[in-house]
Design a protein around this ligand. Structure first.
Ligand SMILES: [Zn+2]
Ligand SMILES: [Zn+2]
Length: 262
């Protein structure tokens, strides 16, 4: 796995990466994007990811070119707590394929490969963070899946940027239903007040919230609401991918339907 762009790496980052390389030697994997044998994430899939570039809405990160012809973003009406949301790329193959394998096919090794995109994203924004918090899964989903994919991404990311990760700073108190298939307003209502933060970790802190995909940003905003209630200073949500609106709804819904048919 290439790791261009990461100059000085903390010992834990190198050790964690070596650990996964040893597992690769013992259990050769297939690329989570294209299925090529011998890679967790091949160089071709790496090249095929097109980072979001150009002008974006400062708050929600929506590319201005994707907004309706009025050119102004109305995200302030439904994102009132989070300060910025940034995603590395749009939610499309091969990144979407890899994220699905991480979430639904227990391909947990891919998280260590994909975390480098979060590092690149963090290096592209003008924010000096104090700590990293993964978006918590609800208890039922965690029991079904056995792991939280956001935490699996946040761990190598925290090692690489050498900042502490605090998964206990935020918990999910309700068993909210999946956001998939809900519109913007339903998504927001579904997660409002679903989180509770711990003041001893978050007070006066600049926090990076980590998740795999953002759609409307409503989950991130609900997390930010809980964190700010306990005194957090500034919250930036970082995700690998950003789902986008299609004529059939958000692209995360479409992909899940496609995925379950394969
Ligand atoms: Zn590949
Ligand atoms: Zn916006």
């Amino acid at each position: 796995m290439a790791n261009q762009g990461i100059q000085k790496r903390a010992f834990t980052a190198v050790a964690y990466h070596r650990f996964w390389e040893c597992l690769d030697l013992l259990f050769p994997s297939r690329c989570a994007g294209c299925n090529e044998l011998g890679y967790r994430w091949c160089s071709q899939c790496d090249e095929d990811i097109k980072p979001i570039q150009g002008a974006i809405c400062f708050r929600c990160g929506e590319p201005l070119a994707d907004l309706p012809s009025t050119g102004s973003c109305h995200c302030a009406s439904f994102l009132s707590n989070i300060d910025q949301v940034r995603s590395y790329a749009k939610y499309e193959a091969p990144l979407s394929t890899a994220i699905h394998k991480l979430k639904y096919r227990r391909d947990i090794g891919i998280a260590e490969s994909l975390a480098k995109y979060l590092v690149k994203l963090y290096n592209s924004i003008d924010v000096e963070a104090d700590m990293i918090v993964p978006v918590p899964l609800n208890k039922k989903r965690y029991q079904e899946r056995g792991y939280n994919q956001a935490l699996l991404l946040a761990r190598p990311f925290s090692y690489e940027i050498d900042h502490p990760m605090r998964p206990n700073a935020l918990i999910r108190k309700q068993n909210t239903r999946s956001q998939v298939g809900l519109n913007r307003f339903e998504r927001s209502a579904n997660v409002q007040d679903a989180f509770i933060a711990d003041k001893k970790f978050v007070k006066d802190k600049v926090i990076l919230l980590i998740d795999d995909v953002s759609t409307t940003g409503s989950t991130m905003d609900a997390c930010a609401k809980a964190l700010k209630k306990e005194g957090a200073k500034y919250i930036v949500g970082l995700t690998l991918a950003r789902a986008f609106k299609t004529k059939n709804g958000y692209s995360d819904l479409i992909s899940i339907e496609e995925f379950t048919q394969t």
